[in-house]
Design a protein around this ligand. Structure first.
Ligand code: FES
Length: 164
């Protein structure tokens, strides 16, 4: 398996080292690794002579980039204008507080990845959250946490069944 620096060199060469192609380079890097590991971002920044802060600014601006490996479940919370006005910020804070995961991250036990995205096209039933593509409408901090604790229980049950 190629070393980090080899992977980065191949990607940078693919775009002739043009730092204007930073986003496609980061997309290729994510396609290789499944996410954007900190070491690889640092290495890419060095190759392009760009400050790491610029790469992180791009990585956190676009919701398609992930800074942590994928969790078993994908949780997406809409932070679009309507959802925001109806309280999605407090839902996000509750999830971060309760599960120690920031938007763009994955819980330590890899139970779920948490993404904050823009309008999901369901403003009439805001705020909206999805778990593995299933929509939950009109969620509150309490109901969002309940849904996510449901995932935890499912996993505990599945693990117990596997052991028996
Ligand atoms: S703003 Fe959230 S669905 Fe439109």
């Amino acid at each position: 398996m190629p070393e980090d620096s080899e992977i980065i060199e191949q990607i940078v060469d693919r775009y002739d080292g043009d730092d204007g192609m930073l986003i496609p380079m980061m997309q290729d890097l994510q396609a290789e690794s499944g996410y954007l590991p900190a070491d690889q971002l640092r290495c890419l920044g060095r190759h392009l002579r760009l400050p790491l802060s610029r790469l992180y600014a791009v990585a956190t601006f676009y919701s398609s980039f992930r800074l942590a490996p994928k969790g078993a479940h994908e949780v997406t919370l809409c932070m679009g204008t309507v959802c925001y006005l109806k309280g999605s910020a407090s839902i996000s804070e509750a999830i971060t507080r309760e599960f120690q995961v920031e938007p763009g991250g994955t819980t330590r036990d890899r139970l779920f990845s948490f993404q904050a995205v823009n309008c999901m096209g369901a403003c009439a039933v805001a705020p909206v959250m999805t778990v593995d593509g299933k929509y939950y409408n009109g969620v509150s901090p309490a109901s969002a946490l309940e849904i996510l604790y449901g995932l935890t229980k499912e996993h505990v049950t599945a693990d117990k069944e596997e052991q028996t």
